[in-house]
Structures are given as structure tokens and as C-alpha cells.
Write a protein that binds this ligand. Structure first.
Ligand code: ARG
Length: 459
């Protein structure tokens, strides 16, 4: 028989290439802590039902503590036969505590074990990511509050559209990130259900107390069907989608900053801490941080689509395809942890140039305000839109801006125009007019700051 964990029915040796093809230890060793915590809880549950004595429980729990410490201090030595983290930990435990280690796996399978480990890991990492998202939102609202009086052009189709507050633009991303945070909180709840006690697929034959296991491992509930318990990886798919969408928000934010930091715009300058130079052109300062954030969004999306392809055709319960769930999620989580922190750094250290933003405002951006001026005088909006358009054209024909037209020019377009049209040529006023909930006026932007702070529980 082979010396492998599962070697009893085998007489032939595995092709060495198959051994390495099959092995996952080189990446799933990241689960060492979750694996050990899961095993310690399982040892206690086994003692509860009398499968092992309390001395045996202690010896397993203490032995596992030693293994944990070896991983933490980088002294755990991976042996050639250590197929995955579960095999490696059990092998090492046996060396430390002897035969009793062989009792630990009673009624357990690596199928419910790996599902448990991965959920513990994903839950704990998600909580860290949640903190990073909240730090990013916090940095955004701090800046938005401080720079509330800065105004800039707002764009649609990347064409100058209407004047807005810089803070309004900043907060538009804070709201996306808030939704990301809320989604992640919901996903954490769905991750946090316990597979352990599902056995290989059919359930545990020793009346293991799964509620107790759940409590011990911080799970909110137990998975109610053992077949489902060993194969459900929806949480991986959800996290990968979450990561993709969050990266899309980061990528679009970065894209805006790349544009705004170009010489032609000159709205912002990224700090040296998040820029790099050119090896050839001495004058260059490139927004590499933002470009990497934009680029990495593609990478995360790739991990999601790759995993979904793996996941889609698997028959019921555990199949080895599921071992392919780890690397995509590991990579996505690492990428998000880095990206969220870098985005926070970029955002909180960049310099803004309010004069350039102001210089980019043009009178034609007030054409909508001209139409609204007439609406306030009782003219139907559909008409006023045409009239304001005609005013834009007239200014173009005169080779001037609308504010330089004579009152008589306006009155030719519509008799409702009067002397007070001059009050329209004021970007601040245009901004302050947009004071309905969600608009760009000072008060409604500060209201957003207030709501986000309330949600973050600061103040
Ligand atoms: N390394 C495996 C994985 O990551 C652990 C489960 C193995 N189970 C099995 N029946 N071969 O999925």
C-alpha cells in the first residue's frame, strides 16, 4: 500500500508529475491558521461525543498549537508527501503527538475540512478588506468637506457640461464605495455558514454537534445539507464579483485622475509618493499608481471569469476541480488589499489646482441655466431649450461668449428676457441652484458628507 493519506487501496505509485500536478500545498498553505483552528474545534467536538478522551483532546489541541507556531515562525518544514495544507498539518501533528493524531479525522473528510478552512479564511480577509474600503470612504469625505468651495467643470461624454463642486465629484465615488462596503457585509454573512460535519458528502455518522462547531469557529449558522456543504463555492463567486465591481469603481476613479492630471487639464497633481518618472524624458511625472489601478481591474475580472468557468460544469458534491477555487480568490484578495490602500494614498495626497478648474469653466456651460431662467418666467422647457441653443449659436456667430451679447440680442430670441439675465453669468449661482437632494449645491453636498459620516459612525 502507498504511504499516502488515502493510499490503502493503492498498490501502484503515482507519476511524479501527477504528484506535483495534484498538489496544492504551495498555495493552500496560506490556510494554515484556518485549518488548525478548524481541527482544534473538531477535536473538542469529538471529545464532546466521546470519540476521544479529554486528555486526547488536550494533546491534539496542544499539538496543533505547536504546529500553528511553526507556521507562524516560518519553521514548518513541508515534506515531499505533503499534498495539501490538511495533509501537511496532520502529518506534522502525528510526529508531535503520536498515534492519537490518527483520531482527529474521525467522521471528517478533507471535503468538509477544506470548505470550512476556505470560508474561515475568506471571512477574515473580507473583514480586513471592509476596513480598507471604509478607510477609503473616510479619506474621500474628509477631503470633500475641506474642499467644499472648489468648483470645476462637470463632464458628460468627456465634454464640458455643467459646473459642479469638486467635492460632489469626489463623493460620487464615495457612494459607489459605500455600496461596495454594504455588499461586502452581506457577502460576509453568506460566507459565514459552517460546512464542517458534512463528512465527505453524506453527513457525519457520530452525531457531531455542528451547532457547537459553528459557535466555536464564529459561524452564524450551519449549512443545512451535507452535499451542498462540501461543494458550495458561491461565496467565492460572490467575492470575485465583488472584487471586480469594486475594482471597476477604482479604475474609473483612476481614469478621471489620469485625465485631470494631464497637462491639458491640470486640475490635480499626484504626489511624488504615487508617481514615477521616465528613464528617458527628464520632465515626466507619470500617474503610474492610477494606471496600475486601472490595469489591475482587468486582472481581477479575469480571476472571476476564470473561476466561473471552472465552477459551471461540476457534478454534485466535491470534485477536484474545486481545488482551482483558491488561487483566483487569493490573487483577487491580495490585489484588492493593495489597490484599496493605494487608492486611499493617492486620493489623500494629491494636490488640487482650483484656479485651473475655474479657468476651464466656460460661459456656454450656463446654457442650461439660460433655459431655466426662461422656465422661471413661465416659458415651457422644450421651448426654452431651443431658445438657449439659439443664444449659444448667436454668441458663436458674434465670435463672443453669451454673457457679451446685448439684452436686445436675447429679446430678439424671446420677449421674456430682461435686465436680470446678467445674473445668470455666475457659475457659483448655477451650482447653488442645484439644491434638491443629491444636487451639487453647497448644502446638499455637505448633507452627503453628513450622511456618509453617520453611516461610518464618525462625528
Ligand atoms: N486540496 C484539496 C482542495 O483544495 C482538498 C480537498 C481534497 N479532497 C479530496 N477528496 N481529494 O480542494
Amino acid at each position: 500500500a502507498s504511504a499516502k493519506l488515502w493510499g490503502g487501496r493503492f498498490t501502484g505509485a503515482t507519476d511524479p508529475l501527477m504528484d506535483s500536478f495534484n498538489a496544492s500545498i504551495h498555495f493552500d498553505k496560506r490556510l494554515f491558521e484556518a485549518d488548525i483552528n478548524g481541527s482544534q474545534a473538531y477535536a473538542k467536538a469529538l471529545a464532546r461525543i466521546g470519540i476521544i478522551t479529554s486528555q486526547e483532546q488536550d494533546s491534539l489541541v496542544n499539538g496543533l498549537d505547536t504546529v500553528l507556531n511553526e507556521w507562524r515562525t516560518n519553521t514548518f518544514v513541508i515534506q515531499p508527501g505533503d499534498e495539501d495544507i490538511h495533509t501537511a498539518n496532520e502529518r506534522r501533528l502525528g510526529e508531535l503527538v503520536g498515534n492519537v493524531a490518527g483520531k482527529l479525522h474521525t467522521g471528517r473528510s478533507r471535503n468538509d475540512q477544506v470548505a470550512t478552512d476556505f470560508r474561515i479564511w475568506a471571512r477574515d480577509e473580507s473583514k480586513k478588506l471592509l476596513i480598507y474600503v471604509k478607510q477609503l470612504i473616510n479619506a474621500t469625505i474628509q477631503r470633500a468637506e475641506k474642499e467644499i468651495d472648489v468648483i470645476m467643470p462637470g463632464y458628460t461624454h468627456l465634454q464640458r457640461a455643467q459646473p459642479i463642486r469638486w467635492s460632489h465629484w469626489l463623493l460620487s465615488y464615495a457612494w459607489s464605495w459605500q455600496a461596495d462596503a454594504q455588499r461586502l457585509e452581506e457577502i460576509i454573512d453568506r460566507i459565514n455558514v459552517l460546512p464542517l460535519g458534512s463528512g465527505a458528502l453524506a453527513g457525519n455518522p457520530f452525531k457531531i454537534d455542528r451547532e457547537l462547531l459553528a459557535k466555536e469557529l464564529g459561524f452564524k449558522n450551519v449549512i443545512q445539507n451535507s452535499l451542498h456543504g462540501v461543494c458550495d463555492r458561491d461565496f467565492v463567486a460572490e467575492l470575485l464579483f465583488w472584487a471586480s465591481l469594486t475594482m471597476i469603481h477604482i479604475s474609473r476613479f483612476s481614469e478621471d485622475l489620469i485625465i485631470y492630471s494631464s497637462g491639458e487639464f491640470g486640475f490635480v497633481t499626484l504626489s511624488d509618493a504615487y508617481s514615477t518618472g521616465s528613464s528617458l524624458m527628464p520632465q515626466k511625472k507619470n500617474p503610474d499608481s492610477c494606471e496600475l489601478l486601472r490595469g489591475k481591474s482587468g486582472r481581477v475580472f479575469g480571476q472571476m471569469s476564470g473561476f466561473l468557468m471552472t465552477y459551471k460544469g461540476i457534478p454534485s458534491t466535491y470534485n477536484k476541480d474545486l481545488q482551482e477555487d483558491k488561487e483566483p480568490l487569493f490573487d483577487a484578495v491580495d490585489t484588492l488589499a493593495g489597490s484599496l490602500q493605494i487608492t486611499t494614498g493617492v486620493l489623500s495626497t494629491l494636490t488640487i489646482h482650483p484656479e485651473n478648474m475655474k479657468k476651464s469653466l466656460s460661459i456656454d456651460m450656463l446654457a442650461t441655466d439660460v433655459a431655466e431662467y426662461l422656465v422661471r418666467k413661465g416659458v415651457p422647457f422644450r421651448e426654452t431649450h431651443h431658445i438657449a441653443g439659439a443664444a449659444v449659436r448667436k454668441a458663436e456667430e458674434h465670435g463672443c461668449t453669451m454673457d457679451k451679447l446685448e439684452l436686445s440680442d436675447f429679446q430678439q430670441l424671446h420677449p421674456a428676457f430682461s435686465q436680470d439675465i446678467t445674473e445668470i453669468w455666475n457659475f457659483e449661482k448655477s451650482i447653488e441652484n442645484r439644491s434638491s437632494l443629491g444636487g451639487t449645491s453647497r448644502a446638499t453636498v455637505l448633507e452627503q458628507v453628513h450622511k456618509l459620516k453617520e453611516w461610518l459612525n464618525i462625528n
